[in-house]
Design a binder for this molecule. Structure first.
Ligand code: MF3
Ligand code: CO
Ligand code: CO
Length: 352
């Protein structure tokens, strides 16, 4: 069992709680990995092997420049106190429950009423993301972005899905430069030349809508611009092949092929997911070439959210148990949409 690890039990329990953590060298099936019982030992072994002791190394090097030596490595800032949500706004079931986050079994397939709810939550998530993007400029802190996102979501009668999800302390993820995903908004001000992914998920009328984009802060160099452009192209290409009966593994192939063409890496340990009544459910969407089985179904909703890197694709998790950065400090970009499988292809639910 998990608690048996004497070295870093806190770190391990978070890996078990992070639905999107996916041990890439696993020979087990995806389904087995994400079952709360049978998958645990496997995940904990992987986590202890890969991550024990690495976080302290990271902090010793935190003043070093990143791999490309143009920017300082990201460091944790100060996280502001919890933001309240009005009591009349319905919370997702995981809030206040001590249950670790995870991938629920069973896909999200909707009737007409459910589709309308998914359209509404997707639209709100897209609008919030668009608004957050307009705030991105040198000097604004990621905490201020969190404040704005939080406010807009509750003003619209929705709950910010990340808040309290597996203990996540804020209402949005803000992932700067080498941060691959799950960055916690804090007191760090965005700097000219940074890139920042903002990942918004809203829970509206019992349905989650999940979307993210990577934004430029001021004047961004050519390398970063190109990474962001190619990452967006990967998402768009993947969406373009989605339709009923299409194999999920085609998503991984088209993304990986396009990233290869531009010599970028594809992060493997974090994955897309079914989304709907549940924040993270089957199927697991792999962004890299794979041989997994499974096909898309009419009226199914899931996310595609490729993360591409300039250098290492290996993640390191900070001591906050959330922030995921590249091992070598090289840049990472991500885009995400929630899509609905229709007869004639994919409908993007999180488009403005
Ligand atoms: N929105 C993220 C996703 O794309 C999940 C964030 S979970 C959080 O799946 F707890 F980190 F917010
Ligand atoms: Co997602
Ligand atoms: Co997301």
């Amino acid at each position: 069992m998990v608690a048996a690890n004497p070295i870093q039990p806190r770190l391990l329990s978070t890996f078990l709680g992070d639905c999107r953590f996916f041990p890439s060298d696993s020979t087990h099936s995806l389904r087995r990995l994400f079952h709360f019982t049978s998958g645990r030992d496997r995940v904990s072994m992987q986590a202890s092997r890969t991550f024990s002791g690495i976080t302290s190394l990271l902090f010793n090097r935190s003043t070093q420049k990143s791999a490309d030596s143009k920017r300082n490595r990201l460091k944790p800032g100060k996280v502001s106190p919890l933001r309240p949500v009005p009591s009349d706004i319905p919370r997702p079931p995981y809030v206040k429950s001590r249950k670790p986050a995870g991938i629920a079994s069973g896909p999200e397939i909707h009737d007409e009423k459910g589709i309308e709810c998914m359209r509404a939550s997707g639209k709100l998530a897209a609008q919030v993301l668009q608004h957050a993007g307009t705030l991105v400029k040198p000097g604004i802190t990621t905490d201020e972005i969190d404040q704005a996102v939080h406010q807009m979501i509750i003003e619209n009668g929705a709950y910010p899905s990340p808040l309290g999800y597996g203990g996540f302390p804020k209402s949005v993820c803000t992932s700067v430069n080498e941060c691959i995903c799950h960055g916690i908004p804090d007191s760090r001000a965005l700097e000219d030349g940074d890139i920042v992914n903002i990942d918004v998920t809203v829970y509206l009328n019992g349905y989650h809508g999940d979307t993210s984009a990577t934004f430029f802060v001021g004047d961004v160099d050519e390398e970063a611009r190109n990474l962001v452009k190619v990452t967006k192209e990967c998402l768009d290409k993947a969406i373009s092949i989605c339709a009923p009966g299409v194999e999920f593994k085609k998503i991984g192939k088209i993304i990986h092929d396009h990233a290869d063409e531009h010599k970028y890496g594809v992060v493997q340990q974090f994955v897309g997911h079914g989304v709907g009544r549940v924040f993270h459910s089957d199927p697991v969407i792999l962004h890299y070439r794979n041989k997994e089985r499974g096909r898309m179904v009419l009226n199914q909703t899931f996310t595609i959210e490729p993360m591409l890197t300039v250098g290492s694709i290996n993640p390191i998790i900070w001591d906050d148990n959330w922030t995921v950065v590249t091992q070598d400090g090289s840049l990472s970009a991500q885009f995400e949409h929630t899509i609905l499988i229709r007869d004639d292809g994919a409908e993007i639910l999180t488009k403005c």
